[in-house]
Write a protein that binds this ligand. Structure first.
Ligand code: ABU
Length: 371
């Protein structure tokens, strides 16, 4: 049955079928959390964020919200239904029997927390202590979907304990250097240990029957095994991108645009031995264009490669950040219609156009693209 804006239905099997319903995050009450092992390992060593924490300046929150609201309106004008999270109080500390942190993070990148696979939305375990309760920002929406869609499966992965045993102490040093980080990445030695299953939803890409999952800082092998057991009708593939000294989240690294076409970060190429399933099935993997910026904006966790963190609206249309002119030009050459969206001043709140959204409904069914 065709999608109707008057009826709530959760369904999305891949990253590119026509998008009908989406969640767009908010910058409300976003905090820079205090130091903690998994977060510190991701903050670049020369970053302006080192050593400071607290609520983000109000003018930056207002500006990010203005951009996120405009993006939501742009999507609505194109006929997409847009929902927004309800911010909890992120200044509240989190104390469990196993850890304490003095503040939380925010509700800007829903893609990190929520994984939609078919009729299911799965709350990820997360691996940062400051993000342990982040799912609560989305609970009012998930409650509504559950009440309105009888087929909707609301699932939550087991909450991790996040004791010190979850983190390799080698990553706690302030100065590690990129050479050492790259050596560790090549050895698949990341900040998170194999103490318990850990994953962020943004480490997972959906290709119908296949889920492609990055093993890195935020997702460990037990997390991938957990996903494999949780989705027994899927094939779950582990991938690595050894060129990335700070490997979190696959969506500024490997971006499928439509069946048969992926753009790959040229500094984080998929190793030859992991390309088999794509090559055998005639998929093209092309190098992404260079970012338009040499540095991320102030107080930003992410790299300049948010340039390729795009949101595909359908197999011929893609949202690209407005200042990312080289990425837009490449998308055009690849036959995509480009929708420009201004978002750079919201990057610091947790990412780009893919990060700041989570799929609720896309047309299409669960296809096998890699038979
Ligand atoms: N959340 C995506 C960030 C990835 C990157 O910093 O390149």
């Amino acid at each position: 049955m065709a999608w109707s804006p008057d009826k709530t239905e959760v369904k999305s099997w891949n990253e590119w079928d026509t998008l009908r319903h989406v969640i767009v995050g908010r910058a409300d009450d976003c905090h820079i959390p205090p130091e903690e092992p998994a977060l510190d390992a991701k903050v670049p060593e020369d970053s302006d964020m080192r050593g400071q924490w607290g609520r983000r300046p109000q003018e930056t929150i207002d500006r990010a919200n203005e951009l996120l609201d405009n993006f939501a309106d742009q999507l609505r004008k194109r006929g997409v239904r847009v929902d927004r999270p309800v911010s909890i109080d992120h200044s509240q500390p989190v104390t469990t029997p196993d850890f304490h942190t003095d503040s939380q993070f925010g509700c800007m990148p829903p893609r990190d927390v929520l994984l939609t696979v078919g009729h299911e939305m799965l709350e990820a375990t997360m691996s940062y202590r400051c993000r342990w309760f982040e799912y609560l920002n989305y609970r009012p929406l998930l409650k509504q979907y559950w009440e309105e869609d009888p087929r909707f499966r609301h699932e939550a992965a087991p909450k991790p304990r996040l004791t010190d045993a979850d983190y390799h102490p080698d990553y706690l040093s302030e100065k590690i250097g990129d050479a050492q980080r790259l050596e560790w990445a090549a050895e698949k030695f990341f900040v998170t240990t194999e103490e318990e299953p850990l994953f962020d939803a943004a480490d997972v890409l959906r290709f119908g029957k296949d889920l492609v999952v990055q093993h890195g800082f935020t997702t460990n092998l037990k997390g991938i095994e957990w996903l494999r057991r949780h989705f027994p009708d899927h094939r779950v593939h582990t991938v690595n991108f050894p060129g990335d000294p700070y490997p979190i989240h696959i969506d500024a690294t490997f971006t499928p645009l439509r069946p048969g076409l992926i753009v790959n970060n040229p500094q984080r190429r998929l190793p030859e031995e992991q390309r088999g399933m794509f090559e055998k099935n005639g998929w093209e993997i092309v190098d992404a264009a260079q970012p338009a910026h040499n540095t991320p904006p102030p107080l930003c966790y992410s790299s300049t490669w948010l340039s390729m963190n795009v949101l595909v609206l359908d197999p011929k249309t893609v949202c690209v950040e407005k200042s990312e002119v080289y990425q837009a030009e490449q998308m055009d050459k690849l036959g995509m219609e480009v929708v420009e969206v201004e978002l750079r001043d919201a990057y610091a709140f947790g990412g780009g156009l893919h990060c700041c959204t989570a799929d609720v409904y896309r047309d299409g069914d669960c296809e096998d693209y890699f038979p």
